[in-house]
Write a protein that binds this ligand. Sequence first.
Ligand code: ATP
Ligand code: SF4
Length: 323
Amino acid sequence: MALLEIKELTVNYYTLTGVVNAVDKVSLNVEKGEWISVVGESGSGKSTMAYAIIGLVPPPGRIAGGQILLEGRELTSLPPKEMRMVRGRDIGMVFQDPMTSLDPLRRIGHQVAEVLVEHGVAEWDDALEKAKEMLRRVGIPEDRADYYPHQLSGGQRQRVAIAIAMVLRPKLLIADEPTTALDVIVQDTIMDLMEEFKKEGTSIMLITHDLALASERSDRIAVMYAGRLVELGPVDDVVEGSAHPYTQMLLRSVPDLWGPKDIKSIPGFPPDLRNPPSGCRFHPRCPYATSKCSREDPPMVRVGPLHYAACHYAGKLGEEGGG
Ligand code: ATP
Ligand code: SF4
């Protein structure tokens, strides 16, 4: 059984100017001990999907359909109190800005210890000792347990956020753009830390707009476009043999992967999800689009043993040119 099964998940934001269909019937599994990266341009629905998994879609958003199963247990219908227990114990989450999860007015050791106390794992004295151990584990010397967040660098703050997310050793760590605000060297050390937890058995879901970063560490890559999952597969299949035109164009826009000479940005803009394009949502920007593409939703089809793409011409482009 997969650790996490997302089935036909739909999440909408009910705004005054219309319904934003941020996630549209996304189905995705996270296996035990794997690192899966969810990539896509800004606004593709990556963060909304992550918030849905931890039961924190911000208003005016709401899960409008589908299921999220953690080891077979349906999360979308759990009462808020039980969902609070799932967060931290079963699923940890780290955000782009560690200050979202850190309290600027409280010492970092207390913030880590609080998770243990809240979940009934330890009393304060014991929890503070365990918090120091956890801080050491993530590379923060224990004599800094009394520091406030502002006394630490951005990279150290993110380490503390990881300590808070991981102190109960959840089965899944969701990291939403955890290194976007950090310089490249610090970025790498944070990724190393996440990889260590993965080796200890934690599944990782990295959410990033950075395909180069995703391709370095992941077992599988899931590509989202305009609220839909458009390609999914082992990292080598997706990076070297991408079957969806959007992924192919995304790859060509990454200098580290394609070489600096041939970088091509994707023409046009992602659609307004209050009124998404009919059929394949990528059709207004796709060089291979046909009239079928604007009429019919492309199903997710298998293009390799573990490799899937949602394109009417997946695996055929280049042979038939998309007809
Ligand atoms: P980013 O990397 O910029 O966060 P993303 O891929 O994570 O992008 P989301 O933030 O999930 O994408 O956004 C998906 C869609 O939902 C976008 O069209 C966005 O404008 C919309 N959206 C996100 N939050 C809200 C909100 N609170 N109210 C209304 N619409 C929202
Ligand atoms: Fe392009 Fe059509 Fe494939 Fe969509 S279904 S990616 S528009 S060829």
